[in-house]
Design a protein around this ligand. Structure first.
Ligand code: ZN
Length: 244
């Protein structure tokens, strides 16, 4: 079975559609695993939920998903994120709200635990350092954990000797799943932050036990023009050009 691992779509329909087309060109997948933040920041929240729901998929809740439906407090957001979130809430239809409200925090699937931020704090914690990642290995039982939230394609490895290491998840090298426990971040579809503006996602093949990362160019300008039209914060728009 093949599964697409996607995270942080952030209402960026052009990026999401490009990723789905790329998945199709690579032979398709049985199921899409979405690691949350379907909405927030970008100009197409309803359309992204609608498109995701057309896929055979599972999805967990991100902080922006729950903030858009009032399940987490906006005081935790920076002013631009909060402004985008208020705009997002106004765009959602009642079926969108129902979908976001009912997203679970954690899903266990195959040999993976799926969360948005971290297994310890599924909604809020960022896994950016080896020390934080190391602590989190005790908070899930499966061999591997999939996270989003930082928007940085990453691999944290916990070896049998108890050491933890970090490596960037690069599109040029496949990740072979072995004995070591891993926390894997496939990067962001709709707002990459690793200096590469292309959309990021991964495919897991359960037969070959490989996870591969892919980067997909998309029409960044189309998304930015919509953000201008809807008066969304300029910083959120310009960062898409640089992938930061
Ligand atoms: Zn996010």
């Amino acid at each position: 079975m093949r599964y697409a691992i996607i995270a942080d779509i952030h209402a960026n329909l052009a990026a999401f559609a490009a990723v789905l087309t790329d998945i199709k060109h690579r032979g398709g997948v049985e199921e899409v695993w979405c690691l949350g933040d379907v909405v927030g920041y970008g100009p197409d929240p309803h359309q992204c939920i609608e498109l995701l729901c057309q896929c055979n998929h599972i999805c967990i809740a991100g902080n922006h998903d729950w903030a858009a439906v009032g399940k987490v407090n906006l005081s935790e957001f920076n002013p631009d994120a909060a402004a985008a979130c208020r705009w997002t809430a106004e765009q959602l239809r009642s079926e969108d709200r129902g979908y976001l409200k009912n997203l679970p925090l954690v899903i266990e699937k195959e040999d993976f635990t799926l969360v948005h931020g971290s297994p310890r704090e599924p909604v809020w914690e960022y896994l950016l350092s080896v020390s934080t990642a190391k602590e989190n290995f005790t908070y899930f039982r499966s061999s591997y954990c999939l996270v989003g939230h930082s928007h940085v394609p990453s691999i944290f490895k916990y070896t049998e000797t108890g050491a933890c290491s970090f490596s960037p998840f690069s599109a040029s090298v496949g990740l072979a799943l072995g004995k070591s426990r891993l926390i894997i971040n496939p990067g962001a579809v709709g707002q990459p932050r690793d200096g590469d503006p292309r959309a990021s996602y991964a495919i897991f093949d359960s037969e070959t036990r490989m996870v591969r990362l892919y980067r997909v160019p998309y029409d960044i300008n189309a998304t930015q023009l919509k953000m201008v039209k809807h008066n969304l914060p300029v910083s959120l728009m310009s960062r898409l050009s640089h992938g930061v």
